[in-house]
Ligand binder design. Structure first.
Ligand code: 5GP
Length: 192
């Protein structure tokens, strides 16, 4: 059984930080590096934070069926490359995907065994503050669009059996770890 964890939820909710902390507690969990057509933010590295692709390259790979899922988000494209998953799944290495809602829905259909967790903010206002606080030009230029998308994404949390509210980081990480130990690592054990 594929030991795949999908972490979704609105942009700015803190999925990345949660996953970083989770991976310190569960070091065997590897991170799928997504592809995107947005520009790198300061400090982001190609191949580490994202595979930064041109529109043409993304389209070519999408047409070639190289993505497990892909979506347009806030005017940019994002997707999970099959190469990020295939070999790990084959070796039984658990892998985590940090993706937005449309992608999570696609994975729900194509990989029903994947465990999905929705990360929710304590309130919409908290989410807004986080997004504004990020302060990078890309986010600010698309702030209204991102907030509108976030509203729509929040409305979809009922689709998820596992919802973790990211209020206090320690508690949220512990809750996420519990889901992983119950679902993902157990799935890996079942396969062995
Ligand atoms: P950001 O531009 O802030 O890094 O990401 C914007 C949104 O795209 C976030 O919600 C993030 O989780 C999502 N995202 C990142 N990688 C992927 C991916 O591979 N597929 C999909 N569907 N969404 C992604």
């Amino acid at each position: 059984m594929a030991a795949v964890l999908v972490v979704t939820g609105p942009s700015g909710v803190g999925k990345g930080t949660l996953i970083e902390n989770l991976r310190q507690r569960v070091p065997e969990l590897e991170l799928s590096v997504s592809a995107t057509t947005r520009r790198p933010r300061p400090g982001e590295t190609h191949g580490v934070d994202y595979w930064f692709l041109t529109d043409e390259e993304f389209e070519r790979r999408a047409a070639a069926g190289e993505f497990v899922e892909h979506a347009a988000y806030s005017g940019r494209r994002y997707g999970t490359l099959r190469t990020e998953l295939d070999e790990r799944v084959e070796r039984g290495v658990p892998v985590v995907l940090e993706i937005e809602l449309q992608g999570a829905r696609q994975v729900r259909r194509t990989m029903p065994a994947a465990v999905q967790v929705f990360i929710a903010p304590p309130s919409f206002e908290a989410l807004r503050t986080r997004l504004v606080g990020r302060g990078d030009t890309e986010t600010m230029a698309h702030l209204d669009a991102r907030l509108q998308t976030a509203r729509e994404e929040l409305a979809a949390q009922d689709e998820f059996a596992e919802v973790v509210v990211n209020d206090r980081l320690e508690e949220a990480v512990a809750a996420l770890e519990a889901v992983v130990r119950r679902g993902v690592l157990k799935a890996k054990g079942d396969a062995a």
